[in-house]
Design a protein. Structure first.
Length: 178
């Protein structure tokens, strides 16, 4: 397949995260607004341009109070840093459908290299529109304090309210542009 431009279908895609809460459970959330720039041969990502922009104010944990706190200066500081971005800098094929995609992740103005384990889920024709559609999933772990998200509170039983390790995951449905 040749190199093409692909756009994300946000109705069939998700960018989310999981973090330990109070050392005993997990809080999960998603970002409702995000966009991608993908110029790739989806069956061989090695020489691709991949950029992701996430509107951090669109954070959704199904708890309005928590979402407001995450938007505040204690966490994302969405007023001063409205976007989280990822720009791929190196892509290595690790199996027939898996890649290590390394790039610069920027959160709150702090940029660090991150490697994401990406799986190519396949290509299909959309029976409704006739468009060529490709699917990808991926995950990585970051330490949120590396990106300036340092707020925390001690809990009575020991430990902290929010763990430092955050698991980031995504499911993307991309549509080929003509």
């Amino acid at each position: 397949m040749a190199k093409n431009t692909w756009t994300v279908d946000t109705a069939h895609s998700e960018v989310g995260f999981t973090v330990k809460h109070m050392m005993i459970s997990k809080a999960k959330g998603t970002f409702d607004k995000f966009d991608t720039v993908v110029e790739a041969d989806v069956e061989n990502l090695a020489d691709s341009k991949i950029e992701v922009t996430v509107d951090v104010a669109s954070v959704n944990t199904r708890n309005d109070g928590r979402d407001q706190h995450l938007r505040s200066a204690d966490f994302f500081d969405a007023e001063n840093h409205p976007n989280m971005t990822f720009i791929a800098t190196d892509i290595k094929k690790t199996s027939s459908s898996n890649y290590d995609v390394t790039g610069d992740l920027t959160i709150r103005g702090n940029t660090k290299p991150v490697t994401i384990d990406v799986t190519f889920e396949g290509v299909s024709k959309d029976p409704m529109s006739g468009n060529t559609v490709a699917g990808f999933s991926g995950e990585t772990k970051i330490n949120r304090t590396d990106f300036g998200l340092v707020w925390n509170a001690a809990v009575e039983t020991g430990g902290v309210l929010v763990a430092e390790e955050v698991k980031i995951h995504f499911e993307l449905e991309l549509h080929k542009q003509d």
